[in-house]
Ligand binder design. Structure first.
Ligand SMILES: NC(=O)C1=CN([C@@H]2O[C@H](COP(=O)(O)OP(=O)(O)OC[C@H]3O[C@@H](n4cnc5c(N)ncnc54)[C@H](OP(=O)(O)O)[C@@H]3O)[C@@H](O)[C@H]2O)C=CC1
Ligand SMILES: O=C1O[C@H](COP(=O)(O)O)[C@@H](O)[C@H](O)[C@H]1O
Length: 503
């Protein structure tokens, strides 16, 4: 794989420039990299879409989404925007691509560029993705006079069949080396922290297995619903939306074996190796939910959305228990759970360890390692210690790494900033490989067929703003998680009165 860095005189083209993702994620990420000095002033950025717009109109649309942290913000934004121009053209005709290619060739010539460096970002719906990718290869690829990197967004297909079809059409025109399939969770700070945390701390090696770990949970919670976009979400559902991709990526990094090197392919080899150990999912063992109106009536239910079929069985919450059939994890329940319209917005990993079964401390709480991906990146290890003072009681406390307290004045990139920079560096480590996709769709497609089939069960109702369907706690208990009384545990401060409730 080529890791030639695209540094000076790079041409970046954002396809779908008039769309939501481009406006809210892609261009703000490019601005963030520019603001932090990771994107050169010699970069040419071109927005490309069908909408009729002038350069100035595109620039104006983008400004509200830029995060500026310094008093030079106005100058900084102006400096960035002068890199940005716009091409309005159809996706299915050659002229737009031919115009684009001549713009880039002129840009290269004026700077005596001998090897054209082009990053094409497809911020597009799947329906036009192949059309654009094919036309780009035909009309805007520099051949052996340059390098092109193509960033493509999820969903990569809807199921195994469509994903394979997509790959069948793509493989002949774009190589794996040129392709960067983006799953933005792989750009999140705490997800990128998985490998160093796991493999740079030898103390973990002994306990990171089924001799000590009794359950793993990866939870994705959003406290908002589909907010009027139910019509879009109805054909997707929470499993396809975030579990087959984001949560599965987190799971592979959490449980995989140590790569033999930092080489991107060594990392991705181990991810695929772990994925291949996951046993087939039993659809009957999945807890499915659909949110209803909030208890106070202020928030609508999913079916209250006028854009949704009133008989829709779309799944807005799911909890499933996976099994990794390898020596390290066999027998450990791995719970993935995800939902919209819940009581909180957070993404968290919770690893629970075996309790102390006998002897003088057989009553204490189990140790838990919690890694909070968002909000407020943190990881904490819940452990038992002596209660401070004259008594010999124990209590639960934690070893706590809270980023906002422990790290000051660090630039923590947004996920898209981190991943676009990886692509500029030719680093595929945090992008999805074709064989990863194949395995993940193989794993999830039978479940999706069940959930979306004619005989699919009606998902269990749960109130907007709740923790999920009523059966969730029992589901967690049935799958290895032991929820312990938290009354004597308070964070970030514990005082004697809190402890007296327990002692
Ligand atoms: N660095 C930091 O930010 C730290 C923060 N804390 C805070 O302290 C508080 C306590 O943290 P923690 O001990 O992790 O516990 P939590 O209260 O966050 O919950 C523990 C787990 O139990 C689940 N749960 C909640 N109620 C039930 C139930 N009735 N049955 C089964 N499962 C249940 C939760 O699920 P669900 O999430 O779906 O509710 C969660 O997965 C939290 O607010 C936490 O944020 C603690 C230590 C460090
Ligand atoms: O891919 C998606 O992810 C977002 C959640 O991303 P986050 O970075 O805000 O956690 C989710 O809301 C959306 O439905 C899904 O398509």
């Amino acid at each position: 794989m080529s890791n030639v860095e695209f540094k000076e005189n790079t041409a970046i083209v954002v396809f779908g420039a008039s769309g939501d993702l481009a406006k809210k994620k892609t261009f703000p990420a490019l601005f963030g990299l520019f603001r932090e000095g990771y994107l050169s002033k010699t970069t040419k950025i071109i927005g490309y879409a069908r909408s009729k717009m002038t350069d100035e109109e595109l620039r104006t649309r983008l400004i509200p989404f830029f995060k500026t942290t310094t008093e030079q913000s106005k100058t900084l934004v102006a400096d960035f925007l002068q890199l940005v121009t716009y091409v309005s053209a159809p996706y299915d005709q050659p002229e737009g691509y031919q115009k684009l290619n001549s713009i880039i060739e002129k840009f290269d010539a004026e700077r005596n560029v001998t090897e054209s460096h082009r990053l094409y970002y497809l911020a597009l719906p799947p329906s036009v993705f192949i059309t654009v990718a094919s036309n780009l290869k035909k009309y805007a690829h520099p051949g052996d006079k340059g390098l092109v990197r193509l960033i493509v967004e999820k969903p990569f297909g809807r199921d195994l069949k469509t994903s394979r079809e997509l790959q069948r059409q793509l493989a002949p025109i774009w190589t794996e080396e040129e392709l960067y399939r983006i799953d933005h969770y792989l750009g999140k700070e705490m997800v990128k922290n998985m490998l160093p945390f796991r493999f740079a701390n030898n103390f973990l090696a002994a306990c990171w297995n089924n001799n000590f770990v009794t359950s793993v949970q990866i939870a994705f919670k959003e406290q908002f619903g589909t907010e009027g976009r139910g019509g879009y979400f109805d054909s997707i559902g929470i499993i396809r939306d975030v579990m087959q991709n984001h949560l599965l990526q987190v799971l592979t990094l959490l449980l995989m074996e140590r790569p033999r090197s930092a080489d991107p392919e060594a990392v991705r080899d181990e991810k695929v190796r772990l994925l291949k150990c996951i046993k087939e999912l039993d659809p009957k063992k999945v807890l499915l939910g659909q949110y209803t109106q909030s208890e106070d009536g202020t928030k609508p239910g999913y079916l209250d959305d006028a854009t949704v079929d009133p008989k829709s069985k779309c799944v807005t919450f799911a909890a499933m228990c996976l099994e990794v059939d390898n020596e390290r994890w066999e027998g450990v329940p791995i719970i993935l759970r995800a939902g919209k319209a819940l009581n909180a917005s957070k993404v968290e990993i919770r690893v629970q360890f075996k309790g102390t079964t006998n002897g003088m401390y057989s009553e204490v709480s189990r140790n838990e390692l919690v890694i909070r991906v968002q909000p407020d990146e943190a990881m904490y290890l819940k452990m038992n210690t002596k209660v401070p003072g004259i008594k010999n009681e124990t209590t639960t406390t934690e070893l706590d790494l809270s980023y906002k307290d422990r790290y000051k004045n660090f630039y923590i990139p947004e996920a898209y900033e981190s991943l676009i920079r990886d692509c500029l560096h030719g680093d595929h480590s945090n992008f999805v490989r074709d064989d990863e996709l194949e395995v993940s769709w193989k794993l999830f497609t039978p479940l999706l067929n069940f959930v979306e089939g004619d005989d699919a069960p009606m998902p269990l109702p749960y109130a907007y703003g709740s923790r999920g369907p009523n059966g969730l706690n029992q589901y967690l208990a049935n799958n290895g998680y032991v929820y312990e009384n938290h009354s004597s545990y308070s964070w970030p401060i514990t005082t004697p009165d809190v402890l007296s409730s327990k002692i």
